[in-house]
Design a protein around this ligand. Sequence first.
Ligand code: SF4
Length: 346
Amino acid sequence: MTADIIPHTSIEAHQPSWQQELAAAIHDPAELLQRLEINPAQLDASTAAQKGWSLRVPLPFVQRMTKGDIDDPLLKQVLPLGAEMLSTPGFSSDPLGEEDANPIPGVVHKYHGRALLIISPACAIHCRYCFRRHFPYEDNTLGRKEWQTALDYLASDESISEVIYSGGDPLAANDNFLLWITEQIAAIPHIKRLRIHTRLPLMIPARIDPSCLHWMSATRLKVVMVWHINHPNEIDQAVIQAAQRLKSNGIELLNQAVLLKQINDTPATLVALSEALFEAGIMPYYIHRLDKVAGAAHFSVSDDKIQQLQRELLRLLPGYLVPRFVYEQAEADSKLALPLPIKSSI
Ligand code: SF4
């Protein structure tokens, strides 16, 4: 692919830039509730939880929330609550053992053949259930010299064929840096694929602009973008258009969701999510069991229920629209599949 086929006309001229939309994100729970016409007294919004992991949500995502609905599934993903302050046995600050798989700053190398780069510590949104909400980003924010050390690490291990851009959100970095580092990685012969884990095009579809499409489509690497969409209400027309801009530039689009209690833990919601993703040109890929990160226990869905949901999706959807139900363990050398029950009881 070359930059020549990038559709420059698909973003309206009057639209704010993605940087402006990022800067305008809401940080104050009271402001968010006011915009949604919800009386703060109706909710247990917690100042203590907000101090530990502040609210952050961009306006395009807020606009997809339903006004007056305290149970809105998008609102529940971002609003700090008192439940986050409860200590729950088995829930820890590093549930996936990433600190042990962090050989040098900026690199997480846990699985064979793949290495993950912490491209940016910042995210457009702060998801309350994020397994990296306690990650030591201050030790993994690199200058150009340290990036060269990370690149040398990738070049020295010929078993690595895929590099994953992660964070935070890698698309929070600027395109000049992303162009530079992608060129450096493409110069390493044994690396074939670039995978980008991001929520930014979902939060702010304007992030997929010509400058972003340029570095993604100009590289020799095969580029796969893994979205993180949990509920069908997150997908609107602007998101679909962003996905189309990516697809028309040769980017493969997959989705991973996290199963979240009272947000997306019903067969109807998950069926609607798979169908909405497919309409948008994004293939359902994974549904993750919640990682046991401290402060997120109230989002947890039981294994029995997860297995029954899996069985129901197999019954209700064609196989290619059923994502794989997986979980991670700190010491495991791959993601692990959740077993199926013999019979559905939902
Ligand atoms: S966008 Fe991803 S990395 Fe950022 S807070 Fe949400 S889940 Fe965590």
